[in-house]
Design a binder for this molecule. Structure first.
Ligand SMILES: [Fe+2]
Length: 401
């Protein structure tokens, strides 16, 4: 039986984002960065112990329903000078170690896997492999004293994968084999909280001319459909030199805009990403919050820099607001002071802002903070001012040629 081109048949398999797995050079420091700057708290880890975890270390942090796992190598893939330390490292762990080392060498710190919460990982895996997905990990059941988790992983674009996580029978903090961390980081005791609710969307950059192919893959394999919003993509293309199609699961619980570079007024920011990421990958993760004003205020206090929005943006905004029926409950002067972007349509409005500094040392992956008040778009009306601002940063790096 095939599920090809039948979005509703596959919609029942997807319940939302589960967690994001990063491969990086220093998992400990990546975790601390997100704790200090973005108010995450440490929840679990898997680290070197007698007879286990002798190749990789894992740090897991959470804020609301946003869970990130950072994975880093703790040794070289070459033989160690002290042969006694080589004993008992399983071959499959060495294979995984090489995968992480190669990923970090090729892409720098970046998103390796976006996992989805599913009611049944085996059924989901059977369906998507029938639709042509390449298997990275067949369904595997893991358990500990807190219960059982079943997971399966399939490939998508570039080196990125999707893992299906079936955790209804699991009561532990993260996954079997991880040690829970009960105590919050002391920094969070002395700073005000930054509160995220969930991952809103994750965005992928593709090579020139590859967007449609990847969208077809999401449609044919995962049963996703094109999510139509009234964002003005003609403006997007002219100013940002990118094309974007939003793909969403049949029930819209998972949204993944897919970008590719386009010819525009200036060099595309997507080209810069592709050069430094060495191919396609995850461009940004949008974190949903119920209160962007306090989120942005506190993140700024914690040292996060957001893109600079020109004053002219707010003059345009006041004019646009006067012509619209939408009422914004937040104070416009405060929105301007915090440099927050506003977009609206007949459904309502959204507030959003983009972090200026990339999460990696390379100009690749970054964060967006978003609050939705009815509007289901992605800020198309903001793209002109947004991308002008991003391009000013690109120019400072000498990459806007
Ligand atoms: Fe976004």
């Amino acid at each position: 039986m095939s599920y090809l081109n039948d979005p509703q048949a596959l919609a029942k398999y997807w319940r939302g984002f589960d967690h994001v797995t990063w491969y990086c050079g220093n998992a400990k420091q990546s975790a601390v960065f997100h704790i200090a700057r973005m108010g995450f708290r440490p929840i679990a880890r898997k680290q070197m112990q007698v007879g286990k975890n002798r190749t990789l270390t894992h740090e897991v942090i959470r804020n609301g329903n946003v869970t990130f796992e950072f994975v880093s190598p703790v040794r070289s893939s070459q033989k160690m000078s002290d042969a006694s330390l080589e004993n008992g490292v399983p071959v499959e762990e060495m294979v995984k170690l090489k995968e992480v080392l190669q990923f970090v060498e090729k892409h720098g710190d970046g998103v390796k896997d976006i996992s989805w919460d599913v009611p049944n990982a085996t059924d989901a895996w059977i369906a998507v492999t029938q639709n042509g997905a390449h298997t990275v990990m067949k369904p595997v059941s893991q358990s500990d004293e807190h219960g059982k988790v079943v997971m399966a992983t399939v490939a998508t674009f570039g080196d990125v994968t999707h893992t299906f996580v079936q955790r209804d029978e699991y009561k532990g903090t993260f996954l079997p084999g991880y040690q829970s961390i009960e105590q919050d980081d002391p920094l969070n005791q002395v700073l005000n909280p930054v509160e995220f609710a969930a991952i809103d969307h994750t965005v992928a950059n593709q090579n020139w001319g590859e967007m449609d192919k990847v969208c077809d893959y999401y449609q044919n394999v995962f049963g996703f459909h094109q999510f139509i919003s009234d964002d003005d993509y003609n403006v997007v293309t002219q100013y940002s030199a990118l094309k974007s199609t939003v793909m969403a699961s049949g029930n819209n619980v998972i949204k993944m805009p897919i970008n590719e570079p386009a010819k525009g007024i200036r060099k595309s920011q997507i080209e810069e990403y592709l050069a430094y990421n060495n191919g396609p990958g995850i461009q940004h993760i949008a974190l949903l919050t119920k209160d962007i004003m306090s989120c942005v205020t506190e993140m700024r206090r914690r040292g996060v820099k957001f893109i600079d929005v020109p004053d002219t943006y707010y003059e345009d905004l006041e004019q646009r607001m006067r012509d619209s029926k939408v009422t914004i409950k937040e104070d416009l002067q405060m929105i301007k002071k915090l440099n927050i972007l506003v977009d609206f349509n007949a459904e309502g409005y959204l507030l959003q802002l983009f972090v200026k500094d990339h999460a990696s040392n390379r100009p690749t992956v970054f964060y967006e903070i978003i609050q939705r008040e009815g509007a289901q778009g992605f800020g198309g009306g903001n793209f002109r001012s947004l991308f002008e601002a991003i391009e000013r940063e690109q120019a400072k790096r000498g990459n806007l040629l």
